[in-house]
Design a binder for this molecule. Structure first.
Ligand code: DQA
Length: 162
């Protein structure tokens, strides 16, 4: 990744991590998660900036600005917006920086309404179910993408239609 900077975006209610349904999301707070992710990035020579918002439009605006602000990749946990935000799906499809969708929990093992992500088809990839490790793995994926950006995608479709 040439710019060596990644943006980590957390969607709604992720500011409550630590106390929010700990049986699902664990006891790690958002501040601890951000520290873990930033430290992992630093060890790999990657500057990581973490932001959280409960507001859909703010996440859209941050994604639109990611390239202009020098971020070479985005790790996005859209929270509940995952399941219905076409605005987030559209901005992920619109921008050139790779976006990796992450989830702490395994959304496929939960309630049916969580099984579908409207964003996944527009994202570069999806990593879920590993708790805080999902974010770490996503950063490593961004770094690996940066290393072989010239290679064709495994999925050859240039833009998903879903
Ligand atoms: C989540 C899963 C979503 O279904 C939920 O609405 C969240 C968190 C996760 O990280 O597991 O807020 O994105």
């Amino acid at each position: 990744m040439p710019a060596r900077a990644a943006l980590v975006l957390h969607g709604p209610n992720l500011n409550l991590l630590g106390t929010r349904e700990p049986e699902v999301y664990g006891r790690t707070t958002l501040a601890e998660l951000d520290r873990l992710v930033r430290e992992h990035g630093r060890r790999r020579g990657l500057r990581v900036e973490c932001r959280q918002s409960n507001v859909e439009g703010e996440l859209v605006t941050w994604l639109q600005a990611a390239s202009r602000q020098g971020f070479a990749g985005v790790v996005l946990n859209p929270g509940a917006f995952t399941h219905y935000s076409l605005a987030l799906r559209d901005v992920v499809a619109a921008i050139d920086v790779p976006v990796i969708e992450v989830h702490l929990s395994n959304i496929h093992a939960r309630e049916e309404f969580r099984h579908h992500s409207v964003i996944a088809a527009a994202a570069r990839g999806q990593i879920l179910g590993f708790g805080p490790l999902s974010y770490v793995l996503a950063l490593d994926a961004l770094l690996a993408l940066g290393d072989d950006r010239a290679r064709p995608r495994a999925n050859q479709r240039p833009r998903p239609r879903v």
